[in-house]
Design a protein around this ligand. Sequence first.
Ligand SMILES: [Zn+2]
Ligand SMILES: [Zn+2]
Length: 393
Amino acid sequence: MVKVLECEKCGYKEYLFSEQKDYDRCPSCKSLVIGQEKNELPEQLQEIINIANENFSYGNVKTDNYSALFEVRELFKKPEEIISSFEKINFYPFIRKEEGKLYVLLRSSSPKKDFNYKKNLILFILTVISTTIAGYFMSVPHVEYGFMANPWVGAIAFSFSIMVILGTHEMGHYLVARKNGVDATLPYFIPAPFILGTMGAVINIRSFIPTKNSAIELGLSGPLAGILVAIPITIVGVVMSPVVPTTIFEGSSIYLGEPLIFKFIAKSIVTVTEGNSLYLHPVAFAGWAGIFVTMLNLIPMGQLDGGHIARAVLGPINHRYLSFIVAILLFGMGLLTWAGWSLWGVIGFYLAYRGHPGSMDEITPIEGNHWIMVGLAIVLFVMSTMIVPIKIA
Ligand SMILES: [Zn+2]
Ligand SMILES: [Zn+2]
């Protein structure tokens, strides 16, 4: 026999295993719920309770159709063992400490769909085509000025460079996700009909991140892998870029922002004197774009790469505040500098609103070597930051 407070309106139930009550208000829809005696537990809850009994002691259990919340008294096992024992029955446990109280929130995992590589492959091919076309239009003026013989060579070099940078960034995430037992898809490249020929690439995380340490690894892995390829590509590109007097560009031309990484590379390879300018080869442009993408991803907001790290370090509430503050700053920056930041601010509001589910185990502290990774992410962000990425003058 177990007593249950059940809400007929919304499906909320509280199983009274320890503290007894006769009635209460439903916490989600506020209707009055009255206690009833039940002879046995629903099958799925019984399965959950069996696993819970092996892992921790608890008081009353609150459930709805998708989740179960345990107020935990004592954990019998390590968080990682608790996670793996619930994952076996297709539940994700979120272990949280709030105001000194321990909770385990179980969320059912949607049945795993078979992964279909077709979409990734089609998007990859489309993006190869769109970046090649973008590279062609970039190369035409180089041919007109006599710096390049064939625009298709520049086109293919650009496409190859940008695809390698974006692909390495995403594979960094993918491999670290796999290592940490996170279910992630292969990269989806996003073709675009303008400037770079792509809006970047994304992987889709289909499960949850186990620990704060793995969230930091996951956030850093993409930007670090991407920049390690973007740097040599930028070097090669700058070597191939001619220094030209600015007077050769009649009418308008595009100036790119110079993040610290780019400045170091350019300064150590070429000397650009007053009245001259580095006329970026498409490969150098791809390297620059790789640095730009690194910065955008490291913005500490929502579920961006920088957002994963910020969530692990700051916890749910401060992460949410920071996301909104950064979104406001970006929006404001856009009014004063590059208008594109305002668009990022708007995207940021959406990301901040959506929030971040956090990692499953948020009670295990961040380890020493993972603090080094946090530092590295900050350094990388500063080194790749540019206030005005693109200026047309
Ligand atoms: Zn209700
Ligand atoms: Zn990333």
